[in-house]
Design a protein around this ligand. Structure first.
Ligand SMILES: NC(=O)c1ccc[n+]([C@@H]2O[C@H](COP(=O)([O-])OP(=O)(O)OC[C@H]3O[C@@H](n4cnc5c(N)ncnc54)[C@H](O)[C@@H]3O)[C@@H](O)[C@H]2O)c1
Length: 355
């Protein structure tokens, strides 16, 4: 079991192991945080791993409830949050309850926000089961929900007490979902670590790559927990990416949309003479070589994409802001900290390269 320590105001460990539940005792850990435990699980994950997890808690004689929900972007919502909270209230869960989020990024975002607000905040543990949640969503404390007006617009910063990531659970994850995690790993390399990018181009060992990505994300959030400064570089590809997710009505998965966002925002960097064409082509190639689409499959209207950009939560004065890059491993310091406001024409060129 590998351990990474995230040092923040409230620090916590990330444990990374292989076989599900081996090498650690989650039940004991949670038992120290509360008198009872509520596991809120993605229903597909609960079907595969729920019983084994509950047995683990049973062995330690910890009172545990398992609540399920269907994990999709439409259910990362205030309605499902309320439903789950009502179930917890009806079960008599008080402030001495520990919540376990068991699933991918949809689950950690939703359950993290429940934990942040239930009885004004109760202890929470993450058990990520997708590659994306292991390397990204479970680190750094961003929780949130989608609204009709845009993605992740309601939420809170709330840190877990620990993260337990078992790489073995990825064996049941569909191949396409692995790609979604890979996209965030490629993003980590582009914004932070040129050597890691070269390694990813050569297909390095998955466990090693997971560790590297977790360390990159941890290093960035440790310097800027509340997203005021350098943490914004993690939004590379996400300004366009979130708009595409929304316009596609979540037909495009988060990873697919972010990959397209990275290509668009790299192209914008090239058009602004910050990035060479050769590096832009190298970035496009790493996605193509991993069978990750570099073009929008459907003709989403440029007007609607730009309308969605106006609701991005990074906007200042109603102008969308973009993280731009100068090279692999080098982010551009823009006209608004680590982000830049660009002309309409540059945004159009970024969108058009995807068509
Ligand atoms: N908070 C953050 O810092 C942060 C960072 C990146 C992404 N996110 C959010 O994460 C979300 C995307 O998360 P995701 O890509 O993990 O998607 P997800 O949670 O929807 O999971 C993907 C799919 O895999 C299934 N699944 C999960 N684990 C499985 C397993 N081990 N075996 C079989 N099936 C499994 C799920 O049921 C789902 O159908 C987005 O909403 C995004 O906004 C948050």
């Amino acid at each position: 079991m590998k351990k990474i320590h995230v040092e923040l105001d409230t620090s916590y460990p990330i444990y990374i192991g292989r076989k599900f539940l081996s090498g650690t005792n989650i039940a004991k850990f949670c038992g120290k945080l509360g008198h009872q435990v509520v596991v809120i699980a993605d229903n597909k994950v609960a079907k595969i791993y729920g019983e084994a997890l509950l047995n683990n808690f049973k062995k330690e004689r910890i009172k545990t409830h398992l609540l399920n929900f269907i994990a999709n972007e439409n259910n990362k919502s205030r309605i499902i949050k309320e439903e789950l909270e009502n179930k917890m209230l009806s079960l008599g869960c008080g402030r001495d309850t520990c919540i376990v989020a068991f699933g991918g990024g949809i689950t950690t975002d939703l359950v993290g926000f429940i934990a942040a607000t239930y009885y004004r905040g109760i202890p929470m543990v993450y058990l990520p089961t997708t590659l994306l949640a292991m390397v990204d969503a479970s680190i750094g404390g961003k929780t949130g929900l989608n609204t009709l007006y845009g993605k992740n617009l309601i939420g809170a910063f709330y840190q877990p007490k620990a993260v337990f990531a078992y790489i073995g659970t990825l064996e049941t994850l569909p191949k396409n979902e692995i790609k979604n995690g890979l996209v965030e790993m490629i993003k980590h390399a582009i914004i932070y670590d040129k050597k890691y990018f070269s390694c990813l181009e050569k297909n390095i060992d998955l466990e090693e790559a997971i560790l590297t990505s977790c360390k990159i994300k941890k290093n960035i959030v440790m310097h800027d927990e509340k997203d005021m400064n350098i943490r914004q570089i993690l939004n590379f590809g996400h300004t366009i990416g979130h708009a595409l997710e929304q316009v596609s009505q979540y037909q495009l998965k988060h990873g697919e949309a972010v990959a397209l966002g990275i290509i668009a925002e790299s192209y914008m960097s090239f058009k602004l003479h910050l990035l060479s064409e050769k590096v832009f082509e190298r970035i496009k190639a790493i996605f193509a070589n991993n069978n990750i689409s570099t073009k929008l499959g459907k003709p989403y209207s440029r007007r609607l994409i730009k309308k969605a950009l106006l609701m991005d939560k990074k906007n200042l004065n109603q102008s969308p802001r973009f993280v731009l890059i100068k090279d692999v491993g080098r982010v551009h310091i823009g006209n608004s900290g680590y982000t830049s406001v660009v002309t309409d024409e540059i945004i159009d060129q970024g969108i058009d390269i995807l068509c």
